[in-house]
Design a binder for this molecule. Structure first.
Ligand code: NAP
Length: 323
């Protein structure tokens, strides 16, 4: 176990590293970049790797992790690997097959954490985003509690050590928590979370239920043209982040990551650049003051980079509720 890393105990007794490496990549980036970046991340000390069936890079991420196991840098049990159930596999009879496809690509026996990627189920089939003849995404209708029961079976089968959700709002979390016969609580809710959308209320709710909030987009996302409005503000250019970076002699990125750690959030950071990857692991080496934290809290404007507008009229669209 890497001593540089701090861990948080999940509500099922497993431990998650507080900093994770993100592996989403825009379509135009070659898959080989993922292999290279994941290896660099492990060499730099990252032990938590966040991926998903839908990212279509699990083969590359698996290859990178297995090569770092083969060369003795880590053991499988040192790595905390997250995958996610894609929305076209929500029907209970399909859930385990999505996980098995991921495991096969990874060449792993288990994942450490398996998440429902989104509460918005889509029509089953080969396409990640099935569309009708008018280009509209085709939805499906599955009770989220039934999806959760299938997730519980994946844990019981030993294919996932822990199970959780992503992009769920409070109402959807409560639906699972109040499910009659609930066997396992979600260990976490992975959501967009950064200084422009700090998720204060959702974080407080999650803490009250012993659910860890995992932050994605903490650095303002990769601004992928497919999903992010290119005229949106560039998070790391924010003057308050800049001033605190100067004060602490760190980068704005490190300030943005450190902010999450100090409020009890597990944080993901993505980069393909060696210098950035090596820098991001230094988030454990300094501390923000209470005043710095307050200045960062004040930046909140409930701004979402990834609003998943394609699903705005989906019955389970999570982002219409206040939180
Ligand atoms: N559950 C979900 O629905 C969901 C959704 C989105 C993401 N995620 C997960 O969360 C991960 C992270 O989110 P994200 O990929 O959207 O991006 P992010 O981590 O918010 O931001 C990544 C960008 O920040 C920049 N960056 C990273 N380190 C830096 C540094 N030290 N200094 C300056 N700039 C730095 C990089 O840009 P440059 O390369 O241009 O420098 C990089 O493209 C994803 O990879 C994925 O694993 C999950």
């Amino acid at each position: 176990m890497n001593s540089k890393h701090q861990y948080v105990e999940l509500n099922d007794g497993h431990f998650i590293p507080r900093l994770g490496f993100g592996t989403y990549k825009p379509q135009e980036v070659p898959n080989s970049k993922t292999i290279e970046a994941t290896k660099i991340a492990i060499e730099a000390g990252f032990r938590h790797i966040d991926c998903a069936y839908a990212y279509q890079v699990e083969e590359e991420v698996g290859l990178a992790i297995r090569s770092k196991i083969a060369d003795g840098t880590v053991k499988r049990e040192d790595i905390f690997y997250t995958s996610k159930l894609w929305s076209t596999f929500h029907r209970p009879e399909l859930v385990q097959s999505c996980l098995e496809k991921s495991l096969k690509k990874l060449n792993f026996d288990y994942v450490d954490l398996y998440l429902i990627h989104s509460p918005m189920e889509l029509k089953p089939g080969e396409e990640l985003f099935p569309k009708d003849e008018n280009g509209k995404t085709i939805y499906d209708h599955v009770d989220l509690c039934a999806v959760w029961e299938a997730m519980e079976k994946c844990k019981d089968a030993g294919l996932a050590k822990s199970i959780g959700v992503s992009n769920f709002n409070r109402r959807q979390l409560e639906m699972i928590l109040n499910k009659p016969g609930l066997k396992y609580k979600p260990v976490c809710n992975q959501v967009e979370c950064h200084v422009y959308h700090n998720q204060r209320k959702l974080l407080d709710f999650c803490k009250s239920k012993n659910i860890v909030l995992v932050a994605y987009g903490a650095l303002g996302t990769q601004r992928d043209k497919q999903w992010v409005d290119q005229s949106s503000p560039v998070l790391l250019d924010d003057p308050v982040l800049g001033a605190l970076a100067k004060k602490h002699k760190r980068s704005p990125a490190l300030i943005a990551l450190r902010y999450q750690l100090q409020r009890g959030v597990v944080v993901l950071a993505q980069s393909f650049k060696e210098n950035e990857i090596k820098e991001n692991i230094q988030v454990f080496d300094f501390e923000l003051t209470a005043e710095d934290m307050k200045d960062l809290d004040d930046l909140n404007r409930n701004y979402r980079y990834l609003a998943a507008e394609f699903g705005a009229d989906h019955p389970n669209y999570p982002f219409a509720d206040e939180y």
